[in-house]
Design a binder for this molecule. Structure first.
Ligand code: COA
Length: 221
């Protein structure tokens, strides 16, 4: 069995479901992930095979963390954490302490068994994010409404409850892709040991545009 790198604490859980047991593996190595066949239903973000390639890349990165849900050799769910990409505002973080929960996904036949919650809990149980700010941007164009019968706003509220269960809190931002849509939201989990300068960097990045000096309707004093 491949061994974890020294800074990667392995957390493994066996979750019983009506379809059989599912193994949750936090901070999975590329070697552990590679033999798993991606469930074809894992296509909320891109086709399953391409999503697996992306997960392998994240798992291989020293800053990445992929938590897997495996049933009989098949990858049925995952949560992926990584450093923010350069084209996002969070990528301008000068401290290196801001991470992103890139995605959590469970294949449709395996939903409703608590796997997403286990994936998130196991990821944070590794302790890797206790001194980090983890940002999660929820955009309605990623929501898989087809299988739910929920409106995009209801979906957002359910995701808020799921993320809230592991310590994420909603934050306001001037990001137009968040502020402009009631269905979207910014959430973040500020780890209990996060240094002050990382927290300050997070708050500074939430609001990049300074407030206007005077509203256009202000009267001269
Ligand atoms: C959202 C998603 C990961 C939930 O997976 P799951 O394993 O069915 O979730 P769980 O069974 O662990 O449910 C835990 C909580 O998630 C939330 N939840 C469950 N199903 C959900 C759904 N379809 N949509 C939104 N939130 C949902 C609920 O708050 C639920 O809590 P409850 O059981 O107390 O009501 C899954 O529906 C999915 O893969 N959706 C497509 C991708 C996506 O939207 N990812 C999130 C944005 S990155």
């Amino acid at each position: 069995m491949p061994q974890p790198e020294s800074d990667k604490v392995w957390v493994m859980r066996r979750v019983p479901t009506p379809k059989g047991p599912v193994v949750i593996q936090a901070a999975a190595t590329p070697e552990a992930l590679r033999p798993l066949e991606a469930h074809p239903g894992l296509r909320a973000f891109r086709p399953a095979a391409r999503q697996k390639e992306a997960l392998l890349e994240i798992a291989a990165s020293p800053d990445g963390c992929v938590t897997t849900a495996e049933a009989a050799g098949q990858l049925v769910g995952y949560a992926a954490f990584h450093r923010p990409s350069a084209f996002e505002r969070w990528g301008e973080d000068p401290t290196g302490g801001i991470y992103e929960l890139g995605a959590v996904e469970v294949a449709p036949p395996w939903r409703g068994y608590g796997l997403a919650r286990h994936l998130l809990e196991a990821s944070f149980a590794t302790g890797r994010f206790e001194d980090k700010v983890v940002v999660a941007t929820l955009y309605y164009w990623h929501y898989d409404l087809e299988h739910t019968g929920l409106s995009a706003y209801q979906y957002r509220k359910r995701l808020e409850a799921l993320y809230g269960s592991v310590g994420f809190v909603p934050f306001t931002t001037d990001d137009p892709e968040i502020r402009g849509y009631l269905e979207n939201t910014l959430m973040a989990r500020i780890g209990p040991r996060t240094p002050k300068h990382v927290i300050e960097a997070f708050h500074a990045l939430r609001f990049r545009s300074p407030p206007p000096e005077a509203a256009p309707w202000s009267f001269p004093s």
